[in-house]
Design a binder for this molecule. Structure first.
Ligand code: NAP
Length: 241
C-alpha cells in the first residue's frame, strides 16, 4: 500500500488502539487527522507524528458535523473511539446506556455519513474501518450497553458495505478481544481475572495495540480490495475455540 498520498481520519486517537493506529499510519507516510477529546494527548501525538488534530467529545452528537466537516477531504476513516460502563442488566441506567450508544454507535454513524457524502460527491472510493469488539457477539456480564453498542456497530457495518459497495467504498470492522491499552491493562492486570480468559484463547495471551492497528491498516489498504462487510475477529482464535 502506498500511504503517502492518503489522508486518514482516526477517532479515539488519544490513547490505546487509536493512538497506535495513528503512529503506525504516520510512520508509513500517511497524513493523519487525529480526533480525540483530550488536548494534551493530541498535542503529544502531534509532536510525535506531525498529525493534525481535532479535539471534540463525540458524545456531543450535535457538535460532530461542524468539527468533522472542517477536516475534509479525507481518503480513509477509522472509527475507533469507544467507551463503556459497568452495570448489570437490571441496574443499567438509561442515561449511561444512551451515552455508550452515542459514542460507540451514533458517532460512527454521523461521522461516516459526513465523510461518505463527501466521497460520493467527489467520486472517491474510500474505505472505513469501524473498531468493534468480540463483545459484539457475546453476552459479557455487566456490559449491556457495550455489547449492544458493538453489535449495532457490526450490523451498521454490514449495511454500509451493502449500500456503498457499488460506489467502490468498502466498510469493515475489526473485533479484538482484550487488548493491553491503558484501559485494558487496568481492567485485566489481576491474574486471577485474566488467566482463565487467556486460557480460553488458543494463542494464550492478550493483544498488543499494534496487532489491532496492523489489522486496521490491512483493511484500509488496497491489499484488502475485495474485503467488504466483514467483522474480523482479532482474538487469537477465541471465537472458534
Ligand atoms: P482507550 O485506551 O480508553 O482509548 C480510547 C481513546 O478514545 C481515548 O483517547 C479516549 O479519550 C477516546 N475517546 C473515548 N471516548 C471519546 C469521546 N466521547 N469522544 C472523543 N474521544 C473519545 O481505549 P482502547 O482500549 O484503545 O479502545 C479503542 C476501541 O477499541 C474502542 O472502540 C473499544 O471499544 C475497542 N476495543 C477495545 C478492547 C480492549 O480490550 N482495549 C477490546 C475490544 C475492542 P479519553 O482518554 O479522553 O477518554
Amino acid at each position: 500500500m502506498e500511504w503517502r498520498n492518503k489522508r486518514v481520519l482516526v477517532t479515539g486517537a488519544g490513547k490505546g488502539i487509536g493512538r497506535a493506529t495513528v503512529v503506525m499510519l504516520a510512520s508509513r507516510g500517511a497524513k493523519v487527522v487525529a480526533l480525540s477529546r483530550d488536548q494534551r494527548d493530541l498535542d503529544a501525538l502531534a509532536t510525535e507524528t506531525g498529525c493534525e488534530s481535532v479535539c471534540i467529545d463525540l458524545a456531543r452528537t450535535e457538535a460532530i458535523q461542524h468539527a468533522v466537516s472542517a477536516t475534509l477531504p479525507v481518503d480513509l476513516l477509522v472509527n475507533c473511539a469507544g467507551t463503556t460502563v459497568l452495570q448489570s442488566f437490571v441496574t443499567t441506567e438509561l442515561p449511561d446506556f444512551n451515552r455508550v450508544l452515542a459514542v460507540n454507535t451514533v458517532a460512527p454513524l454521523v461521522l461516516s455519513q459526513i465523510v461518505v457524502r463527501d466521497w460520493l460527491d467527489r467520486g472517491i472510493k474510500g474505505a472505513i474501518v469501524n473498531v468493534s469488539s468480540d463483545a459484539a457477539r457475546r453476552g459479557v456480564v455487566n456490559h449491556t450497553a457495550y455489547c449492544a453498542s458493538k453489535a449495532a456497530l457490526d450490523a451498521m457495518t454490514r449495511v454500509m458495505a451493502a449500500e456503498l459497495g457499488s460506489h467502490g467504498i468498502r466498510v469493515n470492522s475489526v473485533n479484538p478481544t482484550v487488548t493491553l491499552t491503558p484501559m485494558g491493562e487496568l481492567a485485566w492486570s489481576d491474574p486471577a481475572k485474566a488467566d482463565p480468559v487467556k486460557a480460553r484463547i488458543p494463542l494464550g495471551r492478550f493483544l498488543d495495540p499494534d496487532e489491532v492497528a496492523e489489522t486496521i491498516l490491512f483493511l484500509l489498504s488496497d491489499e484488502a480490495s475485495m474485503v467488504n462487510g466483514i467483522s474480523l475477529p482479532v482474538d487469537g482464535g477465541l471465537s472458534v475455540s
